[in-house]
Design a protein around this ligand. Sequence first.
Ligand SMILES: Nc1nc(=O)c2c([nH]1)NC[C@@H]1CN(c3ccc(C(=O)N[C@@H](CCC(=O)O)C(=O)O)cc3)C=[N+]21
Length: 286
Amino acid sequence: MAIFLAIKLDGKKLSQKIAGQLQQRVTKLKARGVSPKLAVILIGDDPASQIYVRNKRRMAKKIGIETSDLRLPVATSEEKLLQIIAELNNDVTVHGILVQLPLPPQINEETIIQAIDPLKDVDGFHPFNMGKLFMGAPYAIPCTPNGIMQLLAEYRIPLAGKKVVIVGRSNIVGRPLAALMINHNATVTVAHSYTKNLFELTRRADILVAAVGKAELFSQTAIKSGAVVIDVGINRNAAGKLVGDIDQIKVADIASYLTPVPGGVGPMTIAMLMKQTVDFAERSVK
Ligand SMILES: Nc1nc(=O)c2c([nH]1)NC[C@@H]1CN(c3ccc(C(=O)N[C@@H](CCC(=O)O)C(=O)O)cc3)C=[N+]21
């Protein structure tokens, strides 16, 4: 039996390298009188969103991107949020707008996403941007899928003709990642909660992406020897420890490459958010 000791796909390290490159671009922009600015709106206290906000602010500071974090009470009305978005859309000093998901039940997610100016939509969730992405001509790209693609490129992992299985069909990860993988000539299968014989399917993947939010769901029997494994999950296990959707210790013995949790996809999501903000700021002066 072939025993691989998986090579770590180090998102933390790559995110720091990207931060260094962005720092230089920001310096140039500032010399031209443009200070890249990202506006973040957080409603309520979703735990994953809290981690995101904290790490985001830290990386923005390091790069020199201005952030304005707006924390609103859980009871905020849809009307109020729409009014704030309209102000940010019209504010020429703001280059990127991000509304943290999930939203409380009184606010319609689709209405909010459609209210954001597509040209300031750093998440890439607006139907304009999703449509462009699915047509193979993206403008803004959702940050987590983009981070995964950058990580695979950094480690020179080929995609053309590869069997990619994505587990999870969310608008944030699964669907846009499927579009990106198709654009890179992979053969893509998207699995979800109705998929039958899930592990039989995942065992055939050259590249497996787990984005279901179930602590350590995938172990050795779910993975082909030598597969590339991407763990998008952020879960707490019974002991309260931060774990992914992959049983990391067991899968490290058979995968060829594996993203750790933490330090894999998470930091790449933030790096891509920063990159997209700088991209938008540069486009505003070109
Ligand atoms: N509109 C919107 N866009 C999002 O992209 C979005 C969102 N809403 N809502 C919440 C989720 C969650 N999310 C995370 C991103 C990075 C880390 C992250 O930095 N993870 C570190 C955690 C390290 C630590 O524990 O501090 C890591 O994996 O290494 C976590 C969570 C983005 N999301």
